[in-house]
Design a protein around this ligand. Structure first.
Ligand SMILES: Cc1cc2nc3c(=O)[nH]c(=O)nc-3n(C[C@H](O)[C@H](O)[C@H](O)COP(=O)(O)O)c2cc1C
Length: 337
């Protein structure tokens, strides 16, 4: 059991904020396959305060989805206070600050991973959050900007500021999303902290989730790219952690059935046109283990009707899965930046 504030998870596995991905359809499917706690998409505080419709849409959730966490992208204290006021009465169980996003358009504004370079500012932001939130505050960090020498100090200053958990992606900003995850650095941080450490990095299978727990001593993990087109990973990790059992990969029929549910959820949420467009990237991820998928990828990107997408799924049904291939064994076609 993993406990954090009001959150009690039987399996310590969380779906993190994923920009452009973790909206209602993705979260709803993950929940169905055993994910007990998810984050909304990261919220850019500037957009929320200046009321972009898109940000309003990102904040949409249903009661059945609770408990949920919200992550804020911000470096300005005034803006942060305004956002904390706006979300004060919403039923989020954790409010997280992003000090991990490596994108240039984010870091050039002093936000995301850039906060690792300005630890005093990071501490001020966290203190402000702790003072103004009624629920636990957490920090999402990378190991550092270009090396991990200050990782423990940053994590400790977050703890001193009053945060109740730390999410750590075991790479530096300079590594982006590739290169080795440094389990040792996460383990060092875990040893020094009293608050729970929730680790991420290359958890693409149940075995890799177990490896993260074993090598770092972390309290929970988040699964990011491993869940793209692969919501089954949540129940696979649960079975493996609790019973040491390796579940069989979903069969073709199960994959197609889940794709259809995902497409429907997407169209119900965004409307048919945007729903289809949003779903196309998932279509590619869901089908990465099918035979000859490379040849069909171009066709997927050209799809322009929901009926066309369903027809295309039938084509995949006839094609079948590649031999000895598992959805999680390969990082092929998963985002690297
Ligand atoms: C498409 C994508 C979007 C992401 N968006 C966010 C985000 O908004 N906030 C965040 O803290 N991390 C974000 N991440 C980072 C993940 O939460 C995670 O820390 C990282 O991908 C390493 O885990 P993985 O190897 O399991 O993907 C994102 C990752 C990906 C691939």
């Amino acid at each position: 059991m993993f406990t954090l504030g009001d959150i009690k998870l039987n399996t310590p596995v969380i779906s993190p904020p994923l920009a452009g991905i973790s909206s209602h359809p993705f979260r709803a499917l993950n929940r169905k396959f055993g994910c007990e706690f998810s984050f909304l998409e990261m919220i850019n505080c500037r957009s929320l305060v200046y009321s972009s419709n898109k940000t309003g849409e990102m904040m949409r959730f249903t009661e059945e989805e609770l408990p949920l966490g919200i992550q804020l992208l911000v470096e300005n204290e005034g803006l942060l206070l305004k956002v904390l006021e706006k979300i004060h009465d919403l039923p989020f169980s954790i409010v997280d600050l992003n000090a991990a996003c490596p994108q240039k358009k984010v870091t050039s504004r002093g936000e995301g991973a850039h906060l690792l370079k300005t630890p005093k500012k990071l501490e001020r932001l966290l203190k402000l959050m702790v003072k103004n939130c009624v629920v636990p505050v957490s920090l999402k960090m990378r190991l550092g900007w270009s090396d991990d020498s200050r990782a423990c100090d940053i994590a400790l200053s977050g703890q001193d500021a009053g945060i109740k958990a730390i999410f750590i992606h075991g790479r530096t900003k300079a590594q982006g999303y590739s290169g080795e995850v440094c389990y040792k650095a996460i383990a060092r941080i875990k040893k020094k902290l009293k608050v729970p450490v929730i680790a991420s990095g290359d958890i693409l299978s149940a075995g890799l989730a177990k490896k993260m727990f074993d090598e770092t001593g972390c309290d929970a993990v988040t699964v990011a790219r491993g869940a793209l087109g692969n919501p089954w990973i949540f129940r696979e990790i649960k079975e493996y952690l609790e019973k040491g059992k390796i579940l069989e990969r979903p069969c073709v029929e199960d994959i197609i059935k889940t794709m259809r549910s995902h497409l429907k959820l997407s169209c119900d949420f965004y409307g048919p046109k945007r729903g289809l467009s949003h779903f196309k990237k998932f279509f590619i991820w869901y089908t990465r283990s099918f035979k000859g998928v490379r040849l069909l990828r171009g066709e997927i990107t050209k799809l322009n009707t929901v009926e066309g997408a369903i027809d295309m799924m039938s084509k995949f049904k006839k094609i079948g899965l590649r031999d000895q291939e598992t959805l999680t064994a390969s990082k092929q076609n998963l985002p690297q930046t």
